[in-house]
Design a binder for this molecule. Sequence first.
Ligand code: FES
Length: 146
Amino acid sequence: MERKEFLRSLGAGAAFALTFPCLQGCSKDDVNGDKVEQPTGIDFTIDLNSTEGQKLANNGSFILKNLVVVVKDLNGNFVAATQVCSHESYDQVRFLSNDGGIFYCDVHGSRFALDGAPLNQVDSKTAKPLKIYNTELNGNMLRVFE
Ligand code: FES
């Protein structure tokens, strides 16, 4: 069952609760994930023919590796961003196919464009951009680097 179908089957109230779990603010006990330091020196390669790489076969798919969200966006381009949210440093940034494809952190609901630009402001703090990494495709080898 697709996530969308699953949420639909739960009904609007439950789907809202699952999608926006921390609108009133969260303590560490309320959220998944951890507060982590932004990784440095990111430079790795993914063989798109490997078991790991095949998870990026479809547009809109993503994998998590070394605290990086590696995405094949809805247009088939590879994009990579840190998993570490610029809001409060939780490692919960993921890719969502909604809204044309965005990065999203479910801890407090921060949303980011694929270039890392913040799309909303979740509290009185100024939203900061999400760190984006370079990607380079050589044959079936995808390099992600700073
Ligand atoms: S840590 Fe607050 S929205 Fe991500």
